[in-house]
Every structure is written in structure tokens, then in C-alpha cells.
Design a protein around this ligand. Structure first.
Ligand SMILES: NC(=O)c1ccc[n+]([C@@H]2O[C@H](COP(=O)([O-])OP(=O)(O)OC[C@H]3O[C@@H](n4cnc5c(N)ncnc54)[C@H](OP(=O)(O)O)[C@@H]3O)[C@@H](O)[C@H]2O)c1
Length: 205
């Protein structure tokens, strides 16, 4: 049975990804800052500690990492730094350690977001880390030549989150549709390096 690690497994996206992979017959392990063992991608020591155990995986999904919303005037330098440390550097940490525990032909799927391509006011920190992550993924792909892969998915805002933000959720996809993109990528490991949900790809600027 193939084994999948889902980081951020209790979240909106992560819990849907857990369910999709479990339903598809994967053995799944879900982690977050509050699980036992815990994994906090913001902390190098926590990531090192987690990967010190012997488990290996065929798929690692990271659906964790925080980035701040706010306009340029509202966000202080600390907000940019925290966004960088959590969502960007946090996922870099996952790749640096996770690759060593990734089985042959395995795949690591990182999570960015559509603001990398289609930002709206108040998303500069989020767009910055999402675009930076994509650059990281494209570059390291040139270094990994043994069949294992690292890719990035830029999900659109999902309806469940839009609802929480008080937005009209009807124009956004359900999180279950987004979870299927992670699953399809894991099942078809020769797929795209940068992924979008069909119908929610980049618009011309
Ligand atoms: N929801 C959307 O519409 C959407 C769209 C595009 C992209 N994204 C991106 O997708 C990711 C997940 O979003 P979400 O809406 O599912 O978030 P969420 O509902 O807030 O859930 C976040 C999950 O990650 C865990 N987590 C948070 N910080 C962590 C850390 N430092 N280390 C390890 N785990 C951590 C949380 O659990 P603990 O609190 O227990 O650690 C939780 O399981 C985020 O990076 C977000 O920017 C979301």
C-alpha cells in the first residue's frame, strides 16, 4: 500500500486531501503542530525532529503555512518576514528533509495559491511567497534526477474559505475538487510541475 504524509491535515484543504487519499486506498498519516508526533514547518528543529524517525513516504503533501493578508500600508516588515518564514521557507524545509524520506518515484506536492498569478489588493505577502515557492520548485527540479519529483499546486480560493471570509462562495470551487488535484498528481507522477485547478488557471494580465 502506498503511503502518503499530509502536513496540515486538520485544515480546510488538508482534511479534504486526507480523505481523498484515504478513499483512494493510500495509507495516510496526517500531521500538524498539534498532532503527536507534531510537525511545525515554521521551526527548523521541529522539522528535523519529525524526519529523524524512520518513516518513508511515497507522497508528501504540504497544505500548511501561513502568509499575511493586508495592504502595503497595513503590513509591517515583520508580517512579510513571518509569511516568508512560514509558507515559503517552511515548505523549503519540508522539501530539504522530506526528500531524504521520499521513496523512489515519490512526489512532494507543495501548496502555493492563485495570488501568485492573479493577486488582488491586500495579497502582496501571499503573492510573494506563492511566486517564490514556484521559483524554488522549478529550480530544484533541475537538481533532482533520480525519478522523484517536487511540484507545486496553486489552488484558487475554495468556497469553504470564501464563506468564512464573508465572500460570495458560489464562484469558488468546493475543497473536494481541489483535493482531487493533489490526488491525481500523486497517481500520475509524470504530470505537471506547476498545477492549477481546471478553469482556475492564470488570467492574462
Ligand atoms: N483555503 C483556501 O482557499 C486556500 C487557497 C489557496 C491556497 N491555500 C493555502 O493552502 C494552505 C492551507 O490552507 P487552509 O485554508 O487549509 O488552512 P487552514 O484551514 O488554516 O489549515 C491549516 C492547517 O495547517 C496546520 N498548520 C498551520 N501552521 C502550521 C505549521 N507552521 N506547521 C505545520 N502545520 C501547520 C494547521 O493545524 P495546526 O494549527 O494544528 O498546526 C491546519 O491543519 C495555506 O498555505 C494556504 O495559504 C488555501
Amino acid at each position: 500500500m502506498k503511503k502518503a504524509l499530509i502536513i496540515g491535515a486538520t485544515g480546510t484543504i488538508g482534511s479534504a486531501v486526507m480523505k481523498a487519499f484515504t478513499d483512494a486506498g493510500f495509507e495516510t498519516e496526517g500531521v500538524s503542530r498539534k498532532t503527536n508526533p507534531a510537525l511545525d514547518i515554521d521551526q527548523t528543529e521541529s522539522v528535523d525532529r519529525f524526519w529523524a524517525n524512520g518513516s518513508t513516504f511515497d507522497v508528501i503533501v504540504c497544505a500548511a503555512g501561513n502568509a499575511s493578508y493586508g495592504t502595503l500600508d497595513e503590513l509591517g516588515e515583520d508580517s512579510y518576514r513571518q509569511s516568508f518564514n512560514s509558507k515559503l521557507l517552511g515548505q523549503v524545509r519540508v522539501v530539504r528533509r522530506g526528500l531524504k524520506k521520499l521513496n523512489p518515484d515519490g512526489v512532494i506536492i507543495l501548496t502555493g495559491g492563485m495570488q501568485a498569478y492573479n493577486p488582488w489588493p491586500g495579497t502582496s505577502a501571499v503573492a510573494m511567497v506563492n511566486a517564490g515557492l514556484e521559483g524554488f520548485v522549478k529550480a530544484i527540479t533541475r537538481e533532482i534526477n533520480d525519478g522523484r519529483q517536487v511540484c507545486i499546486f496553486h489552488p484558487p480560493l475554495v468556497a469553504e474559505t470564501a464563506r468564512l471570509m464573508g465572500m460570495n462562495s458560489s464562484v469558488f470551487p468546493a475543497v473536494t475538487d481541489v483535493a482531487q488535484v493533489y490526488l491525481r498528481r500523486a497517481l500520475h507522477a509524470s504530470g505537471y510541475l506547476v498545477m492549477f485547478l481546471e478553469g482556475f488557471g492564470p488570467k492574462n494580465s
